[in-house]
Design a protein around this ligand. Sequence first.
Ligand SMILES: [Zn+2]
Ligand SMILES: [Zn+2]
Length: 268
Amino acid sequence: MESHVLQIDFLGSGSSGNATVIRYEQTCILYDCGFSGRELKRRLENTAIGLDDITAVLLTHEHRDHIGGLPLLARRESLPVYLTEPTNVAVRFGSRATCQRIFIQAGQTFRIEQIEILPFEIAHDARQPVGYVLSFPDGTRLGIATDLGHANPEALEALDGCNLIGLEANHDPDLLKNGPYPWFLKQRIRSNKGHLSNPAAADLLSEVAGDGLQHIFGLHLSETNNRPALAKKALVDQVSKLGLTTQVSVISQNEPLSYAAPGQMALL
Ligand SMILES: [Zn+2]
Ligand SMILES: [Zn+2]
């Protein structure tokens, strides 16, 4: 029986950079690339992945903490980069770009090799941001949703019943309220197109979590307005309230996490 064919490497997540490598057999997908080229390369090397190993790049939106490494990646000839058309208008690929740009639309699935991918709309102050659900041949579904001001119906529907969920737990409402950010920035983060708080992430979880949810990964934690322990507690408390056995991890800006999925073979 095959196991551990799905490997997820969270290279780091937070307000200053987000990138995740998702490997399934020979396919290696980079989900956002929000570190500088040099930093991205360094973080990839730490997980023994070279730039040439990457099969395709999925982009969620144009904010710098999601696309910083794009000019480096875009130099690779014909590398497929998936993004929405409005995102493309706002993104810098750099003058040496030779990659392919493939425009996707929320709600329309596409495939990268064996993996079926569903982009879904998220509520965020970018041109046309999306999250993605990846469905693997062994039945595992991985959904990632960061940079969302609230749980919009499209996100809830897409994440419903996923086995693995990467979910934004951006801030603790009290730390944000009493923290050093200027008022306008606090308002932006709190708005329904801003970022998901720890309790809002826990609420979202209660709507989408099912018996098949194996692991939840807290993402995009603010270094100023959150603490890993607070984000984790919010998610762990919700998991136990729901009576589930789901594991919870949180990923910080400078603490990458590698996860090997146990696979769904036993459930088929
Ligand atoms: Zn953003
Ligand atoms: Zn972001």
